[in-house]
Design a protein around this ligand. Structure first.
Ligand code: MG
Length: 355
């Protein structure tokens, strides 16, 4: 849950650094608990009260930061849109919280000796449930923490700003941005997590020339021509690699495996595909199924389809039924149609791995 909450913030382009506040006896293993992040990440020890932990966190934020977001590690589903709204409103007003309206009728309740009773019904439109991240211009948060020093525990940072008498702007939260608190919440969060899916597409084309092997899904197909490429020119693997990386939103084949890098210049397509599967797995995604179309004039693909599917299924870690491969000709049109090039299109569906 910590990793996912951190990753949700890390994925936002406006987030330039991360500070993770952990119980003191977790700090040593903090970096391994957090995992790798795009933004620089520091791990610091928290304090007794929530505001003590936040103070320790804010103290570790670099001087260059103008806006500080405070997020609960128990909210792994925060969206980019919610973070956007908080960042913008915090910049404008100094302090902002995401909140959602309540659906139920709200009763103010008092406790008598042995029972509870309704004092009154609160106007529902005026009651909102606050979420995180809460956003602050840095100087506002620092001043609010100093002003709130004498108070008892604040349940959120916005409360410190309220105590200071300053305005806290409310922006639209998200019902999916739940705080995972009870074991029932954990079950629901796991179900919500594994229900997430993403789709991506990929495309590749190589010229066909004499004297090169025709490699598809790592298999050499008997033919007199093959792709002109630094690598093996495996259009099936290259298109599929892009589809998988694209579905996870983690870049493309050229970014992850640039052919200007000696490591990848002559890399086998099947190897890159395996690396792409590992890369998206690190981001919590697994491949569900793929569909590949190979466009080539000759040779006929059909006799090789079972072996291509089996080869891909092994690397993707899915049953062979989850791998579809289809051959098409280009009806004599364009370079593919004249047999001077081979192309491939791929679609991949990913789902979240087990939490
Ligand atoms: Mg290629």
């Amino acid at each position: 849950m910590l990793q996912r909450s951190v990753a949700a913030c890390d994925a936002h382009p406006a987030v330039s650094e991360l500070v993770v506040v952990l119980p003191a006896d977790w700090v040593a293993e903090g970096p391994s608990l957090v995992g790798t992040t795009r933004a620089a990440c520091r791990v610091v020890a928290g304090g007794e009260r929530r505001q003590d932990s936040v103070r320790a966190g804010v103290a570790a934020v670099s001087d260059a930061a103008t806006i500080v977001l405070v997020h609960d590690a128990a909210r792994p589903f925060v969206s980019r849109e919610v973070i956007d709204r908080v960042v913008i409103a915090a910049g404008e007003s100094g302090a902002a919280v995401p909140a959602i309206p309540v659906a139920d009728t709200v009763k103010r309740v008092a406790v008598a000796d042995t029972y509870r009773h309704v004092v009154r019904t609160e106007p529902r439109a005026e009651v909102w449930l606050a979420q995180t991240p809460q956003g602050f211009r840095r100087e506002v948060l620092v001043a609010a923490m100093a002003a709130g020093e004498g108070h008892t525990e604040a349940t959120d940072e916005a409360q410190l700003v309220e105590w200071m008498g300053s305005e806290v702007r409310v922006v639209e939260g998200d019902v999916s941005n739940v705080k995972v608190t009870t074991s029932r919440d954990v079950e629901q969060a796991q179900a919500l997590w594994t229900a997430q899916s993403r789709v991506g597409t990929g495309y590749d084309l190589h010229r066909l020339v004499e004297g090169r092997p025709l490699v598809l899904a790592g298999l050499t197909i008997p033919f007199e021509r093959g792709p002109l490429a630094h690598s093996d020119g495996d259009v099936v693997c290259h298109a599929l690699t892009d589809a998988i990386l694209g579905a996870a939103g983690v870049g493309d084949i050229g970014q992850l495996f640039p052919n200007t890098d000696a490591r990848w210049k002559d890399a086998a397509g099947l190897d890159l595909l395996g690396r792409a599967v590992a890369a998206v797995r690190e981001h919590g995604w697994r491949v569900v199924n793929v569909d590949v179309t190979v466009v080539l004039e000759r040779p006929q693909l059909a006799p090789h389809v079972p072996a291509i599917r089996a080869s891909l299924a092994t690397v993707l870690g899915v049953p062979v039924e989850a791998v579809s491969v289809k051959g098409k000709t280009n009806e004599g049109v364009d370079a593919v149609g004249t047999g001077d090039a081979i192309a491939s299109h791929a679609v991949a569906l990913l789902k979240r791995g087990r939490p």
